[in-house]
Design a protein around this ligand. Structure first.
Ligand code: 5AD
Ligand code: SF4
Length: 466
């Protein structure tokens, strides 16, 4: 186990000194930075920190990769597809690097926290000048300084499971913000690479989280999502007698009009105590993303998930009893090694029983270094694909029904962006996080509005402002 600590003021100060040094180095050159993020919200939050540092150092952000002097890909390792796309994108940049040798191409995130990928990039992707892992993120200013001043390539995937407080952050436009409350994962689900690339669980101190929330609310953010790989085990490492339910209650007491969301939860740690806190806290949105992965107890056992389909059902019954109308979503893996037709039927049965509002379904992707990658896997890709499609079809039918039930309802919405079509020019979210397209007079992004649902489709509700 690696030790976990808060990065000292002295070390952070050192990085701020490097930020000044980079700023000095690039002064007057009007350099531009482009970033692209693969994967989960945690990665998006990490990119916002890097953008914050880049901004602080004097880089201007650009959406046009061809015009960028600094290009960063923040990568994901959860499934092979994400890795392939990252490699494809970097490969395509060799052309740009030839045309403009001064451009700095950087890679960070989960994919480069694995030795085999680092070797591959060293050997076959010479255009990558700077590479740093998830543990080195806070050292970005010194790494960038070296990339700008040294001839050699800079690779840093070392570091322990630290927490760095006080880094600058450049958030996206709009009323939504991420707030990381913890990092890493201790669960070691047998299919998952995350514990290997993001290290052990470490929680930020509650007062730091509250401080950041207050700043976000003061800055006008209306929807704040608390992030962690398994938020339900928040606080276990702090020795402070504070758990996730306590944290929710504390954050709910922060003054202001906003919704709090959180993700991701693990069924083995989600508890009646958590649902009581959610039900009591007015600002905590009545929405729960609770991945169950499989409806078969045998598969769950081999995934090392440490709950059963029955205990999962009981959790949902409790959540719905305490919060009628709560929106539910889940993640499912289809085709885990050794999965049979009968196992799959149990997953389907759970989906039919619970009637989720939204599902994220994934075909199992072997990750080298995880236990499941060595398990026997007799089902054919065709079989797995057929199961996958049956699942999608079943879920589409459920969603169509659930969406139709909103017809005519008047609901509170948060307007969060502009829509493509002219008839309903804005997008919004319900408290349950359902997507809505809205029309009406005097609508502004960032407003909470009351609106009535006029029609529904599979992916969207359509509403008119009251
Ligand atoms: N293959 C397919 N899906 C995976 N997930 C995690 N690891 C894998 C894998 N090896 C899915 C899980 C998790 C979500 C974030 O990604 O469903 O909840
Ligand atoms: Fe991966 Fe399981 Fe941890 Fe989620 S809880 S990040 S699926 S190991």
């Amino acid at each position: 186990m690696s030790e976990s600590a808060i990065v000292s003021q002295e070390e952070l100060q050192n990085q701020f000194t490097y930020m000044d040094a980079v700023a000095e180095l690039i002064r007057g050159r009007h350099l531009r930075a482009y970033t692209h993020t693969f994967g989960c919200q945690q990665n998006e939050a990490d990119t916002e920190r890097i953008r914050g540092m880049l901004h602080e150092m004097g880089y201007e952000m650009t959406e046009e990769i061809d015009k960028a002097d600094f290009i960063l890909y923040n990568t994901c390792a959860v499934r092979e597809h994400a890795e392939d796309r990252a490699f494809g994108n970097i490969g395509a940049l060799s052309h740009l690097k030839k045309q403009r040798p001064d451009v700095i191409i950087a890679l960070c995130g989960c994919m480069v926290q694995q030795e085999k990928n680092v070797e591959k990039i060293k050997k076959s992707y010479p255009q990558v000048k700077l590479l740093f892992g998830t543990h080195a993120l806070w050292r970005f200013p010194s790494l960038l300084y070296r990339a700008l001043t040294e001839k050699k390539r800079i690779f840093d995937i070392g570091g322990v499971d630290d927490i760095a407080e006080g880094l600058p952050v450049l958030r996206g436009h709009g009323p939504k913000a991420w707030l990381s409350i913890m990092y890493g994962c201790n669960n070691f689900c047998t299919y998952c690479i995350v514990p290997y690339v993001r290290g052990r669980e470490r929680s930020r101190r509650p007062e730091e989280i509250e401080k950041e929330l207050r700043e976000l609310v003061a800055a006008g953010y209306k929807e704040i999502t608390l992030l962690g790989q398994n938020v339900n085990s928040y606080g276990k490492d702090l020795g402070l007698d504070v758990d996730f339910a306590d944290l929710l209650r504390r954050l709910n007491a922060v003054p202001g009009d906003f919704w709090l969301r959180f993700m991701t939860s693990h069924p083995k740690d989600a508890s009646p105590r958590l649902f009581d806190a959610m039900a009591d806290c007015k600002k905590v949105a009545k929405q729960l993303h609770l991945p169950f992965q499989s409806g078969s107890d045998e598969i769950l056992r081999r995934m090392n998930r440490r709950y059963t389909a029955e205990s999962y059902r009981a959790l949902i019954v409790d959540a719905r009893r305490k919060m009628p109308g709560i929106t539910l979503s889940s993640d499912i893996i289809v085709g885990f090694p050794g999965e049979t037709e009968a196992d799959f039927e149990q997953t389907l049965a759970l989906v039919q029983d619970i009637q989720f509002d939204l599902l994220f379904t994934f075909l199992y992707s072997p990750r080298s270094g995880t236990p499941a990658a060595t398990y026997e896997d007799p089902a054919t890709p065709q079989q797995k694909q057929a199961w996958f499609e049956r699942l999608l079809q079943a879920q589409d039918a459920i969603v169509a029904q659930r969406q139709a039930a909103y017809q005519g309802r008047t609901m509170r919405l948060l307007v969060d962006g502009t829509a493509k079509g002219p008839d309903y020019p804005f997008t919004a979210r319900t408290e349950g996080n359902l997507l809505v397209c809205v029309r009406g007079e005097n609508i502004k992004i960032g407003d909470f509005i009351e609106a009535t649902i006029e029609k529904t489709s599979l992916r969207c509700l359509f509403a008119v402002k009251q």
